[in-house]
Design a protein around this ligand. Structure first.
Ligand code: FAD
Length: 498
């Protein structure tokens, strides 16, 4: 089977490897000069820092899929984050999250007395929901109506309390508003509003404690070296600077991909570009409108010295978190007092900057809107955030910055991310599980899709899990193709014998 993968994001690359290991002839076409999509580095002289993903979640899932794809995980150095991270509130209080449940219990007992047993209940309930949700919603596709319109799946949705939203769900466990925020903000990792995103996503903050948070030495994007090596080993061809302009179809099948003035014949195609945008390669019209995830303004900087007293991951929350979310998701306004995330990898990784220097990354969640002036907005936000960081212990930060780069939703949109949203389509109820685009999204059954906007959703390990679903659907497709061919041969045989 000759398969074209359109896009070299992590979903495209892992799908390519899984298929190549099954003996298929796979070529990955990437429009940019480099591979990886959102998984990339920002480099400046001898400095480098991750451009997008920084928080390594679900390490076991990640490692097992990498191994399945033929990547030697012994070569990858995983560093466990413990504490997991700090959450700094506007009044100066800091809440630290630990991998160790007992330590967490004590932290809550000391800082938010009365909520410590609620935390244990949260962990126990979410453990049960994870056990139900993983096989049903992460490891299965919903390709036919009967895959979800059945009593078992609907029963699981009820058990998972999918009808609640994340913040509403947390009220059942925590009385302190600050704790509700500390366990709800994780929907922002996938660009969702914690006040409206379904409660199933509360599993992210549970998983941080249960499965841990890791850092990959050299940076998350360093993973690409290992993926590339495996592609070379297993015969996956990668063609960079090769934008696919169209996927030609005929008789209910994809037949060719169009690159410039070339038409290359294919037996199947896997779309990995962000789906709402990349689906236009197949159809220009009649496509469903999707709700985008939130965007981000990102600051990348090199600094003199290091901030070793700061955790690798930390969140700075403003005074009015719900107002902040309303500005981003409803009013589509630039927050006047933004909440933000700071990544300080030099704390554990000296390879990212010259000696005596370090790198920092700041992510500020913002709305996606074409009406906003991103130059003005990013300057306003960066000034506010740098001031807050100085006030909150990043001493003399401005003076120590040796270089700084900024990225806004405008650039994200130019690169092909739908509406400039950073994380794929929003994780709302009507765009989750069976209602998210699936791995075989078209009537042309030899067209597959993988990536953050496709079920099971965004985030590196989850997108990789999506690649596994593509490989399963691909296998089924090949089986049914073989059956069709053998039926056709039988028919020909009977005609000849007449
Ligand atoms: C700022 C930020 C922070 C994040 N933080 C985290 C985190 O901490 N942890 C985590 O797990 N995840 C995080 N994520 C999410 C994670 O990066 C994504 O879910 C994941 O990388 C998406 O992979 P993908 O397979 O969808 O491909 P993408 O990364 O979207 O790549 C798709 C590729 O397709 C190419 N392409 C598109 N159209 C064409 C075409 N027509 N022809 C050829 N090529 C094409 C694009 O150029 C691109 O290279 C973050 C994302 C962002 C943006």
């Amino acid at each position: 089977m000759k398969t074209a993968v359109v896009g070299s994001g992590i979903g495209g690359l892992i799908s390519a490897l899984l298929l190549a290991k099954d003996g298929h002839d796979v070529t990955v076409y990437e429009k940019e000069p480099t591979i990886g999509g959102r998984l990339a580095f920002v480099q400046e002289g001898d400095y480098k820092i991750d451009k997008g993903p920084t928080i390594v979640l679900l390490p076991d899932m990640l490692m097992s899929i990498l191994t399945e794809a033929g990547i030697d995980t012994n070569e990858i150095e995983f560093v466990r984050c413990d504490p997991l991270y700090d959450v700094h509130f506007a009044d100066g209080q800091t809440y630290t999250k630990y991998a160790d449940i007992h330590k967490q219990y004590e932290e809550i007992k000391g800082k938010f007395p009365g909520d410590e047993d609620g935390f244990l209940q949260f962990m126990s309930d979410m453990d049960e929901r994870f056990t139900i949700g993983k096989p049903k919603f992460l490891e299965s596709s919903f390709l036919k109506k009967r895959d979800y319109l059945n009593t078992q799946t609907l029963g699981s949705l009820l058990k998972l309390k999918a009808y609640r939203n994340v913040m509403g769900n947390l009220k059942h466990y925590f009385h302190h508003g600050k704790l509700q925020t500390a366990y709800g903000l994780q929907t922002l990792y996938i660009g969702g509003n914690p006040y409206t995103t379904p409660a199933i996503y509360s599993l992210v903050s549970f998983s941080e404690h249960k499965h841990g948070i890791y850092y990959i030495k050299g940076g998350y994007a360093g993973l690409l070296d290992h993926v590339k090596e495996a592609c070379d080993l297993h015969g996956v061809t990668i063609r960079t600077s090769s934008p696919v302009l169209e996927i030609a179809t005929k008789g209910g099948k994809a037949t060719h991909i169009i690159l410039g003035d070339q038409r290359e014949p294919v037996d199947s195609v896997i779309i990995n570009g962000d789906f709402p945008t990349a689906s236009k390669l197949v159809r220009k019209e009649g496509l469903k409108p999707y709700k985008p995830s939130s965007g981000c303004v990102l600051l990348y900087m090199g600094v003199d010295g290091k901030y070793d007293d700061k955790e690798m991951h930390q969140f700075y929350l403003n005074d009015d978190f719900s107002g902040n979310m309303e500005d981003i998701f409803k009013n589509k306004r630039i927050p006047k007092e933004p909440s933000f995330y700071v990544f300080n990898p030099s704390k554990v990784d000296a390879s990212l900057a010259p000696e005596g220097k370090s790198v920092l990354y700041v992510l500020i969640p913002v709305p996606v809107s074409e009406r906003l002036d991103w130059k003005e907005a990013s300057e306003f936000l960066s000034n506010l955030v740098l001031d807050t960081m100085e006030e909150r212990g990043f001493e003399e930060l401005r003076k120590r910055i040796t270089w700084m780069k900024m990225r806004t939703p405008e650039e994200a949109m130019q690169e092909g991310l739908y509406s400039g949203g950073s994380f794929g389509i929003a994780p709302s109820l009507d765009q989750s599980g069976p209602f998210r685009p699936q791995v075989q999204p078209f009537t042309e059954k030899n067209i597959f899709a993988v990536g953050a906007s496709i079920h099971p959703g965004g985030g590196i390990p989850i997108v990789m899990q999506g690649a596994k679903l593509v490989a399963q659907a691909f296998k089924e497709h090949c089986k049914s193709e073989r059956k069709d061919v053998s039926l056709h041969e039988q028919d020909l045989g009977s005609i000849r014998s007449l």
